[in-house]
Ligand binder design. Structure first.
Ligand code: FMN
Length: 178
């Protein structure tokens, strides 16, 4: 089984990346984990949808080839970051002009959502991301992991998870792997 990780933060010391690294350790040899590089995606623009830009085709193929996606994202202003929305907007669009009948690469794809952020533990971001993913017909995993980054982590740049949080991640990994 191949799981594609989407890291929703571009920050070099990202807590969400650290959360993803812990999830990878928890998955172990139960699945192959690959990180999706979507840094070269253009901003969504209907003028450039066809022919499919090279970066868009590559990202869509990586999504299509994966058995599941796991998104780790910070919360920006009670929602998900714009670049995560941009990625999902590209994934949601038909490859053939005006063809809304052929499934897109995200249709039916199993997707798990986790987030590390402020004291609400990305609850608003995860709720809105779940709504968006459901709208674009992804198969969203009910189990989620929300981490409220402890204040001291901002001094060290290190996110240390509690045993309970690791158990939550494991339950989510189990649900994703099935
Ligand atoms: C534009 C912007 C808006 C933010 N809004 C929120 C927010 O609404 N809720 C929250 O918990 N954190 C918010 N934050 C803080 C980040 O979510 C927090 O710093 C998080 O740890 C960043 O994740 P990262 O370490 O993976 O980069 C915001 C940060 C930015 C840059």
């Amino acid at each position: 089984m191949k799981i594609l990780f989407v890291i929703g933060s571009l920050r070099s010391k990202s807590f969400n990346r650290q959360l993803a690294e812990e999830a990878k350790r928890i998955i172990g040899d139960r699945a192959e984990v690959v990180e999706l590089d979507y840094s070269d995606l253009p901003l969504i623009n209907q003028d450039i949808e066809q022919p499919e830009p090279v970066a868009v085709a590559r990202v869509r193929k990586e999504v299509a080839d994966a058995d599941a996606l796991w998104i780790f994202t910070p919360e920006y202003n009670f929602s998900y970051p714009g670049h995560v929305k941009n990625l999902l907007d590209w994934l949601s669009r038909p490859v053939i002009p005006m063809d809304y009948g052929t499934p897109t690469c995200i249709n039916g794809k199993r997707v798990a959502v986790s987030g590390a952020g402020g004291k609400m533990a990305t609850a608003n971001c995860r709720a809105k991301l779940t709504e968006l993913l459901s709208f674009i017909k992804a198969d969203v995993v009910a189990e989620q992991t929300g981490i409220a980054v402890p204040a001291e982590a901002w001094g060290t740049d290190v996110l240390t998870l509690t045993d309970e949080q690791k158990s939550q991640l494991k339950a989510q990994a189990d649900a994703l792997i099935g």
